[in-house]
Design a protein around this ligand. Structure first.
Ligand SMILES: [Zn+2]
Length: 156
């Protein structure tokens, strides 16, 4: 009977849709956890770098010596050092990896949610925008490269 076959087909489709949505939600949870872990590592590494720069360049300096920095011309470079710098190169490389990981997971999440981001400033774009409201990049150029997005009803 056509009615029943149509009906069961609809049920199959909607349960497949439900499974897909559940999978998507689980993926988003996992990717958000990846992002949180990477951000925590970045925070630790920034702190480590900041402490090394501070202890070698500013610790033990008098208030006057530090105030003297204010009289320096801003076009002059303030050269800060890290004596034992080799391990920090590894830290910096790890930071770059974590930044890549974060943007990878954010892209995946955006794709599942059907969102587009500006590739130059990475802000989320509203549908139909012609220019990025943040940096002014042309959206035509952006959508030319963007993957085809399926229309979704706004029920989330
Ligand atoms: Zn932009």
């Amino acid at each position: 009977m056509p009615f029943f076959s149509e009906f069961s087909k609809k049920i199959t489709e909607s349960s497949q849709e439900a499974i897909r949505r559940t999978k998507d939600a689980a993926s988003i949870v996992t990717w958000n956890a990846d992002i949180a872990e990477a951000q925590a590592r970045l925070y630790d590494m920034e702190e480590e770098l900041g402490k090394a720069v501070f202890s070698e360049n500013f610790e033990g300096k008098t208030k006057e010596e530090i105030q003297d920095l204010l009289s320096m011309d801003e076009s002059e470079s303030l050269v800060l050092t890290i004596a034992n710098w080799k391990p920090f190169v590894e830290t910096l490389l790890a930071m770059l990896e974590d930044l890549d990981l974060i943007s990878d997971r954010e892209t995946k999440i955006d794709r599942l949610r059907g969102e587009l981001r500006c590739p130059s400033c990475y802000k989320i774009l509203t549908k139909g925008a012609r220019f990025c409201p943040n940096c002014g990049a042309r959206v035509e150029d952006i959508t030319g490269e963007a993957p085809e997005l399926e229309e979704k009803e706004d029920d989330e």
